[in-house]
Design a binder for this molecule. Structure first.
Ligand code: XMP
Length: 563
């Protein structure tokens, strides 16, 4: 998709921050694509590419680190090496990379010498001057990149100094021929280098990391001053292209989408409904009985508002609860749910009687395809099934070339922005992630209908209050502050008082975490007043719960869910 669009290509050599480079540049309004560091740079891959970034890597350029296709040095495009990327360019072009006596890590002061470079180089160096605001660099993108590049006049107070963010154990001990060193770290090692003739630059730090001073300006200077990109990557344009592509791909064939109730699948649903004749779109949602309070109604309402007609909601609560009866072991519970989900899915899809030619749509995101260290190219297609189990249905459709994944170029927050643009209810768009096995992994031990109902009530109070209460800095709700929040029902009863008598109530744990991707998580520093009031509301309204605790474990060592 998006072949017509100008883009910055990012070669992924395995750094944990590669996806972040893409994210930052997209925020400027320029499309980015991440591919495996050693992917062949064919004409098709280079279509629309205005510049290439070589990412960082945990490997060494003289060791296990992979090399890019040599055509990168012949294609005439601007190149920007970041950390390993610069070391890679240096090694490939005849320079020398060797271990540092001591790793450079964290905030490191860098000094830049300016002057005497070619016009586009001096424009790149302007990014290091704190007198040049980011907006000025971005505006050169608004101008359409057509303007003649003017040389940047270094300020009188040159050299420029700033604090970069570094994380590397190798350094350039001999620059490749044609390169000059223009930036030096406080410990005396090369920090910025550029080629005197070609539009090739490199830095030994990570401008994509938010605490790297001048980081955004440096990325923007590469994108706009050196690559002359236009700022034209907008969600409106994405929708237009995605819709055209969807109708061309689907033709007259039916398209089936399995809705999980989460953001991604609902946004795909919206896109299908806005792109294809309504009758062509078939939506299926399986209510496992392990959903949050009002979840099924909420999803149904959101889809009907978008015009859904062929929407099949399957109530499978009895089947799931029967299958889970008596099972206490977490992995066994997950397996039961995954297997039953597949059985029901196959049964229900068969009963729709769709012709063999139907397409299956999925809410796969760009980040689902990027596996750090491998790059998109090598990961091929990671299958995102509803309950993270291999689904024969998805496998068969993929083999037949009948899978449609219209969000596979978007990051999570872009998928949310797309949902808003398509008119998906804010309640659905802003929703926290929810695990496939649902409340079953939040009810420790055996799952019963009664426990599901208790947990649903308590969780709804918690979530409604998070939505209603302002964050301490007043900028949004507590719900928006946290990445994920939920309640967990523990198989622990404790003593309490009810009127004059003693009673034994269940124990509930509240969890609220901050995270950027769910891979790691910190405990949310919950304002104590709100926490106490919410706990009080829960024990007052849900009589089966006698005690409330707050989970103060980060990930690692704990996971976000309890089972
Ligand atoms: P953990 O508990 O592994 O969770 O720290 C990380 C993130 O993944 C979600 N999660 C799941 N999502 N199916 C899903 O679709 C699952 O089986 C599953 N288990 C955990 C969890 O809610 C958190 O956002």
């Amino acid at each position: 998709m998006m072949n017509k669009t100008e883009k910055i290509l990012i070669l992924d050599f395995g750094s944990q921050t590669t996806a972040l480079i893409g994210r930052r540049i997209r925020e400027f309004g320029v499309y980015t694509e991440i591919i495996a560091g050693d992917a062949p740079l064919t004409e098709a891959v280079l279509t629309g590419v205005k510049g290439v970034i070589l990412s960082g890597s945990p490997e060494s350029a003289y060791g296990e680190g992979i090399a890019p296709d040599k055509r990168i040095y012949e294609c005439g495009l601007p190149l920007f090496g970041i950390c390993y990327g610069l070391q890679r360019m240096t090694t490939d072009l005849g320079g020398l990379v060797e271990p540092l006596p001591k790793m450079e890590y964290g905030g490191v002061e860098v000094e830049i010498k300016t002057g005497g470079q070619k016009a586009e180089h001096s424009q790149f160096l302007a990014a290091f001057d704190e007198a040049i605001p980011l907006n000025q660099i971005l505006e050169s993108g608004d101008a359409g990149g057509a303007e003649e590049t003017r040389a940047y006049e270094p300020p009188l107070h040159a050299p420029l100094r700033f604090t970069a963010w570094m994380s590397h154990g190798d350094t350039l001990t001999r620059l490749a021929s044609g390169f000059v060193q223009v930036g030096t770290s406080a410990s005396g090692f090369p920090a910025v280098a550029l080629h005197q003739e070609k539009p090739w630059v490199g830095v030994q730090f990570h401008p994509e990391v938010s605490h790297c001073e001048r980081g955004s300006e440096i990325l923007a200077a590469f994108v706009f001053s050196m690559c002359r990109c236009k700022r034209e990557w907008t969600m409106e344009q994405y929708v237009e292209e995605a819709r055209a592509e969807l109708s061309a791909r689907a033709g007259d064939n039916p398209v089936l989408l399995l809705i999980s109730g989460g953001v991604d699948s609902t946004v795909v649903g919206a896109l299908l409904l806005k792109s294809l004749p309504i009758e062509q779109v078939h939506l299926m949602y399986i209510d496992t009985g392990l959903m949050r309070k009002n979840e099924t109604q909420c999803v149904k309402k959101a889809l009907e508002k978008l015009g859904a007609k062929n929407l099949r909601v399957i109530n499978a609560e009895t089947e799931f609860l029967a299958a889970l009866k008596g099972e206490e072991e977490p992995e066994a519970k997950r397996k039961i749910i995954g297997d039953l989900f597949i059985t029901i899915q196959e049964r229900e899809v068969a009963s729709l009687g769709l012709p063999e030619s139907y397409f299956l749509a999925q809410g796969t995101l760009y980040t689902d395809l990027i596996e750090s260290g491998k790059g998109v190219g090598k990961k091929a297609h990671l299958i995102k099934s509803h309950h993270n189990v291999g689904s024969p249905l998805v496998d068969a459709k993929r083999k037949a070339g009948k899978i449609i994944e219209p969000l596979d170029r978007l990051y999570k927050d872009e998928a949310r922005a797309l949902g808003r643009l398509l008119g998906v209810d804010e309640d659905v768009v802003a929703r926290h992630p929810f695990p496939g096995p649902g409340l079953a992994v939040r009810i420790l031990g055996e799952v019963t209908k009664e426990k599901c109902d208790i947990l649903r009530e308590a969780d709804a109070i918690f979530i409604d209050e998070l939505k209603r209460r302002r964050a301490p800095d007043g900028t949004g709700s507590l719900y928006d502050e946290v990445w994920q929040a939920f309640a967990v029902l523990l198989p622990v009863r404790s003593v309490g008082v009810a009127g004059d008598s003693r009673k034994y109530g269940w124990t509930l744990a509240l969890r609220a975490i901050v995270s950027s991707d769910g891979m790691t998580a910190d405990v949310y520093r919950f304002p104590m007043k709100d926490l106490l009031e919410i706990a009080g509301m829960i024990t007052n309204s849900v009589k089966e719960i006698g005690r409330v605790t707050y989970d103060i474990s980060s990930k690692p060592p704990a996971t976000i869910e309890w089972e």
